[in-house]
Write a protein that binds this ligand. Structure first.
Ligand code: SAM
Length: 221
């Protein structure tokens, strides 16, 4: 249950020296100027983060994962890479948490520039749709955490879930779809299936994928 993992009471309580020890050698050096910008929600075994870490070496990123053992695996994976290649993978970390409850504890308004929801659990039954990580209500939270211009990436091999995520995003006033040209120009889009463990599995089995990539827009009320 949730009581088994600590949750910061607010984003300024997130332990940056714990997650990025080389970049924040002691807690008195945390000046708040460098913050996490990418969040991989339900990161699984961490393949996307590992690829992003070297593609964006100056950006702090974190995976959020509910399963304890999987989180420990990702931690070990990052540690091993840090040891094998000194100086690299210092910008990536993982935390065990329930992203459906605690996003606002980790990120302040407009802090993130990218959020990833890759191959989330489908929760097929109608009564379980409220457990889906993309929903109209949770999109309000993601719109809050993302800065204007920030991008939300989703992909699934379940057609019905793909349509659901797309319709939630289409229906939300603070998101607009990237154009075909923008998708082509974004190097991260190619990683959505190639860098994640789940994407690789789907590709091996020759499965189809359905992606929805949207930008957080400004809204004059
Ligand atoms: N994104 C990874 C990939 O593409 O390889 C993993 C996909 S896996 C099918 C979905 C992951 O989401 C699982 O590891 C699961 O434990 C995690 N998850 C499900 N609900 C979650 C929640 N509320 N908070 C954090 N992680 C969650």
């Amino acid at each position: 249950s949730d009581s088994h993992f600590p949750v910061p009471i607010s984003p300024n309580q997130v332990d940056y020296p714990l997650h990025y020890p080389q970049l924040f050698p002691s807690s008195d050096q945390v000046d708040g100027s460098k913050k996490i910008q990418f969040a991989d929600i339900g990161c699984g075994f961490g393949g996307l983060l590992i690829s992003l870490s070297t593609l964006f070496p100056e950006t702090l990123m974190i995976g959020m994962e509910l399963r304890d053992k999987v989180t420990e695996y990702v931690k070990e994976r990052i540690l091993a890479l840090r040891i094998a290649i000194p100086g690299q993978y210092q910008n990536v970390s993982v935390v065990r948490t329930n992203s459906m409850k605690y996003i606002p504890n980790y990120f302040e308004k407009g802090q993130l520039s990218k959020m990833f929801f890759l191959f989330p659990d489908p929760h097929f039954k109608e009564k379980n749709h409220r457990r889906r990580v993309i929903s109209p209500h949770l999109l309000d939270e993601y719109a809050y955490a993302l800065g204007v211009g920030g991008i939300i990436y989703t992909i699934t091999d379940v057609e019905e879930l793909g349509e659901w995520m797309k319709s939630c995003l289409d229906g939300h006033p603070m998101f607009e779809a990237l154009t075909h040209e923008e998708l082509e120009a974004d190097p991260v889009v190619k990683l959505l299936s190639s860098a994640t463990e789940e994407g690789q599995k789907v590709a091996r089995n020759g499965g189809q994928t359905f992606q929805a990539v949207y930008r957080r827009i400004a809204r004059c009320l």
